[in-house]
Design a protein around this ligand. Structure first.
Ligand code: FEO
Length: 394
């Protein structure tokens, strides 16, 4: 086993990389792939922390044997039951019939429900520990980061945290595992996108988990996806802290739909007004072209948001409606917001978008700019005023 897969004396990486799945959860694009990270903690006893997607089970088993030879696994610790991490559990049980599975009460009912597993299972509670002889693991329940059963496992002597989905990123690993051994530039945006797509609804549980972890000395974070964090640990925790407080950077996302280009012209006008006022970061998304996944990433990343839509069947244009629904589902907070809409014979979009901002309790920059039929030069003044007000609140 290469040294690159050794996190420290006791902990080894045995995860896999998936570059063939196009959509994570059959929903979110994976242009750079994704890793399913699993780890072995090797003391006098051996514990496996989480597993991998079932189609990679044989690769996981091979990695385990390469790491510990013929020694049997004593424990399988299930930090998270989502099948990207749990669906090789039965393969592990078959290969290691004596393995004992550790999880909390919620994990245990999911083990039965997903895999019919009800024997050889040990329930752990908040703060319980497991001595491996040479290393002690302690368990912290972190519900809703990202499912109700999620927990984290802390290696006390090595000050290493197995964090589950928290601090994870999209993007397969390209050889190295530790952040200090790789070019991290592809992973930062993928971290924002992963958070916004997968964990974004659970800002408050993430904050609770961060509070709980703040008492621990942590030198290494081993998440279930993406690099293992050591060198950039503080930066990563800072990103998660900001994201879970819905605290965006200075910048504005303009997300719009447009059927024949008139609403798009309003979007362009808004972007030009913001730029002429000196705002450097304006991110435009034509919602018929951009992936919802990328739009959510940018909405979480930046504080300002402008949404525009034509009226369509007396409501919002469908791609705009999809964004609005995704933002509501994630209970996105703390936005400075403006909107615009258009119609041909009966306006609905501008009013609906304005009401949406109020419902979300966002800071509203002003009245929606509304366009009847074609874009006209008179709208330039209204866009300029809205952009000015938006920037003042940013
Ligand atoms: Fe990576 Fe919530 O599973």
């Amino acid at each position: 086993m290469s040294e690159k897969f050794k996190i420290n004396r006791f902990v080894h990486y045995v995860g896999v990389n998936d570059r063939k799945t196009h959509l994570f959860e059959n929903l979110w694009p994976l242009p750079l792939g994704v890793s399913y990270n699993a780890y072995l903690v090797v003391g006098e006893k051996i514990a496996l922390i989480d597993t991998v997607e079932s189609c990679y089970a044989s690769e996981l088993l091979e990695m385990i044997v390469r790491t510990v030879g013929n020694r049997p696994l004593d424990y399988l610790i299930v930090n998270h039951m989502e099948p990207d991490h749990s669906s090789s559990i039965n393969a592990i049980r078959q290969a290691y019939p004596g393995v004992q599975i550790l999880g909390n009460a919620k994990t245990i009912q999911m083990l039965e429900g997903y895999y019919g597993a009800h024997q050889g299972i040990i329930e752990v509670k908040e703060g319980d520990s497991l001595c491996l002889g040479g290393e002690t693991l302690r368990f912290y329940l972190t519900p809703m980061v990202h499912w109700p059963e999620t927990m984290m496992t802390y290696c006390e002597r090595e000050q290493l945290l197995f964090s589950g989905d928290a601090f994870g990123t999209f993007g397969a690993l390209n050889g190295a595992v530790l952040d200090q051994d790789m070019d991290l530039s592809p992973y930062w945006d993928e971290m924002y996108r992963y958070y916004a797509n997968i964990v974004g609804k659970y800002g408050s549980p993430v904050q609770k988990a961060l509070q709980k972890l703040s008492g621990l000395d942590i030198r290494v974070i081993c998440p279930t996806h993406g690099p293992v964090w050591k060198k950039e640990l503080n930066k990563v925790v800072g990103i998660y802290d900001k994201l879970s407080r819905y605290e965006g950077e200075k910048g504005v996302v303009i997300a719009y739909g447009s059927m024949y280009g008139n609403t798009a012209r309003t979007a362009m006008r808004m972007s030009k007004e913001l730029a002429s006022l000196g705002l450097e970061t304006v991110v435009m998304h034509n919602l018929s072209v951009s992936s919802l996944s990328d739009v959510l990433r940018d909405v979480f990343k930046y504080r300002g948001l402008v949404i525009g839509s034509p009226t369509y069947n007396a409501g919002l244009f469908p791609p705009v409606e999809a964004l609005v629904n995704a933002l509501a589902a994630r209970n996105v907070k703390n936005k400075v917001y403006a909107c615009f809409g258009s119609f041909t014979w009966a306006g609905a979009a501008a009013k609906k978008l304005q009401e949406f901002g109020v419902t979300m309790n966002w800071e509203i920059a002003g009245e929606a700019v509304e366009l009847k039929q074609g874009y006209s030069r008179e709208k330039t003044e209204a866009c300029a005023l809205l952009a000015k007000n938006l920037l003042a609140k940013l």
